[in-house]
Design a protein around this ligand. Structure first.
Ligand code: GDP
Ligand code: GDP
Length: 461
């Protein structure tokens, strides 16, 4: 059973985002002075006295606004209500009752779930009486809160937890694969996310910057829980600080850090750009299993083999490359399947026996390099960490490893164990002493950088 959902409903600017931040203790939601910034639906984990639930922040409900986007948000609110166990109607106690409040209240009464009213912007004890008038909404007494000051939020959370249905036993089990959809603006991230969800959870719109906000959404793929970590675009760092895009970009980078798998979406009709490559590289470096998605395949004339070759040439850490079309739905299911497979691969531990067989095979296949008559010997290989996999190889002398040979070994390792797209750290450890610090740096692997020696110490054995 998924976690119960608590829908946050209300007009724009009553303080819903600020309240969600307060209640989840997170900075996930972008709060900005512009009205209507929080347009997409977000689901955020919340925890109160050990009870976990999801707070669903909807866009503002504005029945009077016939603009397309407002209508889309209104529909989203209804969907959120349909799935919610409890709803919180947020009203602005400073502004007082407004005509639309009654309409929303009537709509909420029809939802047949417990409804709480949070009278927000009650910034001090003196303002508490301002909450009283909202009893007229017919939803019981309003709970006075100040999202900005953090006043009354504990009482609100108590009321939420009291209104939730009884706890489900496996609510706490969370083995969800965390998936981030990242990439430049307009490559089709939102469209792809929509395809994944099979419903209009993310608003796709031709307006610029619709996907400004972070979205954590849960879904199920082949019976397994998946969390879509973020759909905001990775923007260039050169954006002016203080703008919404700037915050959204910072959060996108964090999204890759929080994810197990990242889909780096590109526009196949434009080809793979250097910015796409930069994002793919960043994603792999943060430890995400990475798939470069050549989206818009329906209009793309990029040759996938060319694109692969270009990526292999430019990106040290090999991502997987797949094509898809969010528009037609082609290969979209495969992206999800492949994401799960990569997540499993990154979490898998390869048996030492198999790795060592690989090590002897590879030395037979291509003799390790030699300098002035001294040939590199590789004695032992083992995996000492997962997610991402970290592999240590004990060698005679780190100074003898060449970049070429390290690449060769890494690529063969990927092929043999199906690790394409999985970030991999290969750590070469010198036997006995590791005096030769001035040796040629081996690829990007932080070779010998302070991890505990995973080998039985030959000196002591
Ligand atoms: P939303 O559109 O409902 O998500 O509203 P926001 O969370 O973006 O808040 C709208 C404005 O109300 C922002 O300027 C907030 O700083 C302000 N606001 C939110 N909560 C409070 C509060 O408890 N007290 C006061 N004084 N202002 C608040
Ligand atoms: P985002 O900014 O990365 O989230 O991109 P959007 O999902 O908003 O898509 C940007 C534009 O590309 C929209 O006009 C989409 O309809 C269009 N688009 C997205 N995916 C595809 C696709 O697979 N094929 C085609 N032809 N257009 C697409």
């Amino acid at each position: 059973m998924p976690l119960p959902k608590v829908a946050i409903i209300g007009f724009p600017n009553v303080g819903k985002s600020t309240l969600v931040n307060r209640l989840t203790g997170s900075r996930e939601t972008v709060v900005h002075e512009d009205a209507g910034v929080t347009r997409d639906r977000k689901e955020l984990d919340a925890d109160w006295n050990g009870r976990r639930f999801l707070l669903v922040d909807t866009g503002g409900v504005d029945a009077a606004d016939r603009d397309d986007l407002a209508q889309a948000i209104q529909e989203q609110s209804r969907t959120a209500l349909g799935e919610a166990a409890v709803a919180i109607l947020v009203v602005d106690a400073k502004a007082g009752m407004r005509p639309g409040d009654h309409e929303i209240a009537r709509e909420l009464q029809r939802a047949q779930i417990p409804i709480l009213v949070a009278a927000n912007k009650i910034d001090g004890a003196g303002a508490i009486p301002d909450a009283a008038e909202f009893i007229q909404l017919g939803l019981g007494e309003a709970i006075p809160v100040s999202a900005v000051q953090g006043l009354g939020t504990g009482d609100l959370l108590d009321a939420v937890v009291a209104a939730l249905p009884p706890r489900d036993d496996d609510e706490d089990r969370d083995d969800a694969v965390r998936l981030a959809v990242i990439g430049r603006p307009n490559v089709g991230k939102s469209s792809l996310v929509n395809r994944f969800l099979g419903e209009e959870r993310v608003i796709v719109s031709d307006l610029a910057g619709t996907t400004r906000d972070s979205i954590d959404t849960r879904l199920e793929v082949s019976g397994r829980p998946v969390i879509l970590v973020d759909t905001a675009g990775l923007r260039r760092r050169t954006k002016v600080a203080g703008t919404v895009d700037y915050y959204a970009q910072l959060r996108s980078e964090t999204a890759a850090e929080r994810a197990d798998v990242a889909l780096v979406v590109c526009d196949a009709s434009e080809g793979v750009t250097s910015e796409d490559l930069r994002i793919a590289e960043l994603s792999m470096k943060t430890g995400c299993a990475t798939i470069v998605v050549l989206n818009k395949w329906d209009i793309g004339d990029t040759d996938i083999d060319d694109a692969r070759a270009r990526i292999e040439q430019k990106v040290r850490l090999r991502p997987r490359v797949l094509s898809a079309s969010a528009l037609t739905g082609r290969s979209v299911g495969r992206l999800l399947d492949e994401s799960l497979r990569l997540a499993d691969k990154a979490a898998e531990r390869i048996a030492t026996r198999d790795l060592n067989r690989f090590l002897s095979d590879i030395q037979a296949l291509r003799e390790p390099p030699a300098v002035r008559g001294r040939r590199l010997k590789m004695y032992y290989i083992t995996q000492y960490e997962t997610r991402p996999p970290r592999i240590a190889i004990q060698v005679s002398d780190r100074g003898l490893i060449t970049r070429d040979y390290a690449y060769f070994l890494e690529n063969r390792l990927r092929e043999r164990f199906g690790l394409e797209g999985v970030p991999l750290v290969i750590d070469y450890r010198g036997r006995g002493s590791t005096r030769r610090r001035d040796s040629q740096p081996v690829a990007d692997s932080p070779a010998g950088q302070g991890d505990p020696l995973p080998f039985p110490d030959p000196e002591k054995a």
